[in-house]
Design a protein around this ligand. Structure first.
Ligand SMILES: [Zn+2]
Length: 115
């Protein structure tokens, strides 16, 4: 399996899961034979993609170029935003307040959520 990690939060991105990948390579122009660098693959998880796209432009010409591409993708299809929200909902679901009555009230005893 080809596993990648989000450049921003280092979250593991399993191959085939929703994410944004920026491919980058350089090549010479006007030089024969043409030289090509190896390609770099930079991945972002849905949360970071949406967060980056919604955020202010970064510093640096290359960063701005990547930011514009990510904004294009995020704004053209709601799938990534949905994936980001779903991931957030999963995190919220793990909180003790989301437990049903059947769950033991250990959280309250530990003073984590006391009202
Ligand atoms: Zn991330």
């Amino acid at each position: 399996m080809d596993t990648s990690y989000c450049l921003r939060c280092n979250r593991e991105i399993v191959a085939g899961h929703k994410s944004v990948t920026v491919y980058m390579f350089a090549q010479t122009v006007g030089v024969r034979p043409r030289q090509k660098s190896t390609a770099q693959r930079i991945c972002f998880c849905p949360q970071c993609s949406v967060s980056l796209a919604m955020g202010p432009p970064p510093e640096g010409a290359l960063n701005i170029a990547a930011w514009n591409m990510i904004r294009d993708l995020v704004s053209s299809d709601p799938t990534l935003s949905q994936a980001a929200w779903e991931a957030m909902r999963d995190i919220v679901g793990l909180l003790p307040s989301g437990q049903t009555d059947a769950a033991p009230r250990q959280a309250a005893a530990g003073g984590y959520f006391e009202f």
